[in-house]
Design a protein around this ligand. Sequence first.
Ligand SMILES: [Zn+2]
Length: 191
Amino acid sequence: MKCMICESWSFSHICVTCQNNLLTPRLHKRKILGNIPVYSFYPYDEIESLLLTKHTDIGYYIYTILAKRSLGTFAQTWEYGYRVASIGIDDDPKSGYSHTAVLNRALRSPAITPRYGKLRAQNHHKYAGKSVEERLMNPRGFLCSPFNEEEVILVDDIVTTGLTLSEAAEALHAQGKKVILCLTLTDAENK
Ligand SMILES: [Zn+2]
């Protein structure tokens, strides 16, 4: 096949050269709810065109590549005293696959157990391009399902206002869980 960035022949949708040149993570940090760190791996402008593949067939492969290079690398080097769960925001498959489940799967490691279908939004109001006020007026209304681990890493592809991650963290805290950090591919404020 051809690399979708440079169009040279490649065994993957993005060739090794482009992956090394363009997809080497540069960690960026912000916080939600006062003290929960949100780490993102890529400046928004650099992967914006790749994120647009999300709801297409090729999106599965692109998200798998992005996940492996960013969250996968993070999980291999991250150490913690005991096992924690990782949960993708609203990971039910809408277009054949769930992009947050693809990201979450890359975290599997000695310290992290990915859990699926544990956090479901009741409201799927489209947030993209909407004001903070409209987002606040339409909370996701997350429902939590039981799982064993006490502490949680939240996973999403993009953090914009941080409201979705904050609401998800509050829903988990209400169940007695503790969100220790969040991981996203990119931060829309980091251009
Ligand atoms: Zn290439």
